[in-house]
Design a protein around this ligand. Sequence first.
Ligand code: CDP
Length: 776
Amino acid sequence: MTYGSLPRKEDARFVRGRGTFVDDLVLPGMLHGAILRSPHAHARLVSVDTSAAEAHPKVRAVLTGKDLAERGMAWMPTLSHDVHAVLATDKVRFQGQEIAFVVAEDRYAARDALELIDVEYEPLPVVVDAPAALAAGAAVIRDDLGKADNHVFDWSSGDEAATEAAFAKADVVARQDMLYPRVHPAPLETCGAVADIDAITGKLTVWATAQAPHAHRILYSRITGLPEHRIRIVAPDIGGGFGNKVGMYPGYLCAVVGSMVTGRPVKWTEDRSENLMSTSFARDYHMSGEIAATSDGRLLGLRVRVLADHGAFNGTAQPAKFPAGFFHVFTGSYDLPAAFCSVTGVYTNKAPGGVAYACSFRITEAVYVVERMMDVLARELGLDPAELRMRNLLRPEQFPYTCATGWQYDSGDYPRALTLLKEIAGYDGLRREQAGKRARGELMGLGLSFFTEAVGAGPREHMDILGFGMADGAELRVHPSGSAVLRLSCMSQGQGHETTFAQLVSAELGIPPDEVEVVQGDTDRTPFGLGTYGSRSTPVSGAAAVTVARKVRERARQVASAMLEVSPDDLEWERGRWFVRGVPGRGHTIREIALAAHSDLALPEGVEGQLDASTVYSPPNLTYPFGAYLCVVDVDADTGQVRVRRFIAVDDCGVRINPMIVAGQVHRGLADGIGMALMELMAFDTDGNHLGGSFMDYLLPTALECPSWELGETVTPSPHHPIGAKGIGESATVGSPAAVVNAVVDALAPFGVRHADMPLTPAAVWRAMRGTPLRA
Ligand code: CDP
């Protein structure tokens, strides 16, 4: 086995600043695009006059919605079967919406020319509040769809009648309304593209920040009408995605049309404000939770009603069958006999929202609601939150476990993880410390969260993107010299795939990881598959990599049998070598076999030469990583300032390929959780003005707000993944916000506070202490 904390191969270029990101690309004759955006959140477009911009000496083209409409490209399909305006033709529906695209000799001229475009708007009433969007008489945002209101969808999951019956026999019912506010994935690299259409062959190449290059190619093909073999999408290095780079954005398409119109390559790169204002947001879930239990703390039922704010265009990325993603895995880690959730989607005058920001299709919201409800219930029952959880966690013998909404959890030992967490934390001692502090009027809080993720989308009978099954291809070729190239459909955004996927092949074939090249992100050089998001790379593409390596190993066995003149059945494998059973000295290494496979060696009937294979892996189920988290906070009673003093995270992602990379993924997600719980908020005023257009306004956590993380691990392999691995990329983002909020609410218990909405800024905490909570 070569699993282990191998230093990341890709860091050799990243730490030297030698990565190649989209904005690093410079092509001969390249032009630069810039987008004119709407200052209004809702307005009719009366006229768009581009004549002065066109007269600018450095401008080569100006595109408007009208120009795109003439090409049938003014609207593009979204991943949720809605349409999204590329450049507005009729109305603008959120502040920052794209109106015109200027192509110029340089970026500065393009930006200057934007100011020469004269747009006349007729302002319309603005709807930014999700409940108000459904009220009678609310301004209709999507009149383009012929809609009479702002309703997007109604969807439910679970057994409503059984849940009702469970609530009827409960001793205790706890209720709580909560908001998971709108946040932004905010990758450090903003979105961008360089589009180049070859005038001779008609082939379009787009270098883009794409988490899912093959899915993007389908969309480009559908929108432009070009066949797929005439489109090449290349995702070079990507500086963070977190869901933000899954969907298509108008800028990508404008660069394509810009290249078509000018015959030259066109680059478009967002600035920070554009990224924060106009690309996909996450969350914005208004949730009402109810949880029913017996007086001794046995859970009986869970019911949640959600109002989901999807912004002006429903651009969420999730399997078509699940309009609210995997929110209905909301029973979490507990043995809950009955559950029912209903979700209503609504349009508002905000940028398209609902991306699965570092989570598997909305599980973050699901974990948050159940983990907050557990704490609310614990308070009502007078039970310690750890004890309430322990009484209700799924037991190892219940796996595979089918939850009340029909998901089959593959494996887990939840009590072991919670027990380990308590040991590492010294839980009982912390509670004693808290009691002492409370007696002195000091505010200290402990917040638990126990989460189950569902990652590796997904089984093709249940899941698709754009109607395409979520299987991933992999191709492996061992060169004559014994080194190898692995081609994958997934696409790293910094998660270290070049290292871990090489480790997977190495473990199966004995080729050193350094000699396994990993190719990804280029539709001309990789097999079809649906990309990287929802922590699906290891569960799906990782399984594909292992499967294809095992195919190559079998092929190597046939070649070795010809070399050794024995039956393949008489051969035994040890890492990197086939040998004759019982005669360990008679064998050949994979390197020798690779050379022979390319030589004139006579091979058995039906065995092709060379050493390669391909596969398509369709997962039989999702994998279900889980974890137990504890956050310890101190709250300043005078200012409301929260300090996260300790954060202990026990994660189980099955077999770990590279524990160091796993730890890095967890660190990032924990920081995310602190950010969302304490500071991140995409706010809007009543006119729809976006109040978070820079990192001075939209606050991200830094090392200063983060404690030194304390990590623990348990390993419960997935029974259906070829090496027992589960995804980890997003676990900590999913599990940590509830732990932080639970800790702050626990600290504020002496004030009678039982809930406060994120972000728990000093002002929000201060108001909560005084009984006048802030609503985001
Ligand atoms: O899809 P994404 O890469 O975002 O998430 P992932 O599949 O959970 O993987 C994140 C990183 O952690 C990758 O480099 C994985 O190969 C690595 N990983 C690991 O070493 N062991 C696991 N059990 C899961 C992930």
